[in-house]
Design a protein around this ligand. Structure first.
Ligand code: WQD
Length: 344
């Protein structure tokens, strides 16, 4: 039986690249497109080192309809699409809202148009727990309402989910699953893949590992006066390999024969809340080194406490996180040491 061909937009990025490895491992044939606006070839090379398979890759932009049509024409029928290509920095989205709305909405709308023209009916969309804002109830389940987005980035994720819900209503053949990531962290255990922030990292774990590697002078913990056990924010830190595996479970589900699946969405988290300070201390223990960190002022727009209720993904996708935050920190540190030495 020929393996199912999956188009992976943004497949040279952090989450996309780890998912491409899981697709190969599970017998799929991924085809990657990426415009390298927030990535480079490093992770494509990492995929090839892990799998031993040359990545089928096209450089280009999802919002470029002629480019997309060329890829669909060249590759023939796709069994499904995974759409990772989007800008994802909360801070940058506040400074450059037009760029974020244009890029994140145009790329999805163009992809949906081409999928319809090419009769490709299965789509996995990269969403985020940010759609919930500050949840009223934790752990957060999928019935939680969307709160007013704290950033244009978060607003684009809410808008994209609304677009997908409306398009599925209009087209009975389309099956879509949105995966709402909590906080993806870590790296592939082989240390061939990991996060590659372009200039200063926005997110916590790459900032920790770059501080530990001496690239950053110190880590500032944004706020220690919140109403939590140790005063710092609470998050659901999920290993990137667990997150990638969930995407395979989701495309498996859409590929199952049978009636149309419509529009579904799932929280992807461990179900465990960990504070920023707890994570920092776990890193110090895992890495066995001192870390230069201090408490600083709160960061505007931060959610205080959020972590997932992962029951729906367990029941519907037969998926649950297998790794711990400590596993992710160990793998993140191994990756950082590897790229730091190669970049010296
Ligand atoms: C986590 C915690 C910070 C850096 C956002 C998006 C989400 C996803 C991940 C894309 C917060 C604290 C951070 C630092 C710190 N986006 N922190 N010092 O904001 O939870 O989630 O990024 O994939 O959709 O909403 O992630 O890693 O930026 O912050 O104290 O130097 O770490 O205040 O409490 P966040 P984050």
């Amino acid at each position: 039986m020929t393996s199912k061909k999956i188009l992976v937009t943004g497949g040279a990025g952090y989450i996309g690249a780890h998912t491409v490895v899981e697709l190969y491992t599970n017998g799929y044939s991924p085809v990657v497109i990426d415009n390298f606006s927030k990535s480079d070839r490093t992770l494509l090379e990492g995929i090839e080192k892990i799998t031993g398979i040359p990545v089928v890759f096209y450089e280009g932009d999802c919002a470029d309809k002629e480019f997309l049509k060329r890829v669909f024409k060249k590759e023939g029928k796709f069994d499904g699409v995974m759409h990772f290509a989007a800008y994802k920095s909360v801070g940058e989205s506040v400074e450059q809202p037009i760029m974020y709305y244009r890029n994140n909405l145009d790329s999805l709308l163009t992809l949906l148009e081409v999928m319809k023209e090419q009769r490709v009916n299965n789509l996995i969309f990269s969403s985020s727990c940010t759609v919930y804002g500050e949840p009223d109830t934790i752990p957060v389940d999928e019935q939680a309402p969307f709160k007013k987005a704290e950033s244009p980035y978060g607003a684009t994720k809410q808008m994209c989910e609304q677009i997908l819900e409306d398009v599925v209503k209009a087209d009975q053949n389309l099956n879509v699953i949105s995966l709402r990531y909590f906080n993806p962290i870590g790296a592939h255990p082989s240390a061939m893949l990991g996060e590659l922030p372009i200039d200063k990292p926005n997110n916590l774990v790459p900032y920790i590992t770059q501080t530990a590697a001496g690239i950053r002078e110190k880590l500032v913990i944004f706020g220690d006066d919140y109403d939590t056990s140790d005063g710092t924010c609470i998050r659901d830190f999920i290993h990137i390999v667990d997150l990638a595996a969930a995407h395979v479970k989701a495309i498996d589900k859409l590929s199952e024969a049978g009636e149309n699946k419509g529009y579904q969405y799932y929280n992807l988290g461990t179900g465990r809340g960990v504070s920023v300070l707890q994570l920092v201390k776990e890193f110090i223990e895992v890495a066995g080194i001192k870390l230069n960190y201090e408490m600083g002022p709160r960061r505007a727009g931060d959610v205080v406490k959020t972590y997932a209720n992962p029951t729906k993904a367990k029941n519907d996708l037969n998926w649950s996180a297998q790794y711990t935050a400590k596993d992710a920190l160990r793998d993140a540190w191994a990756w950082e040491k590897k790229i730091s030495t190669s970049r010296k």
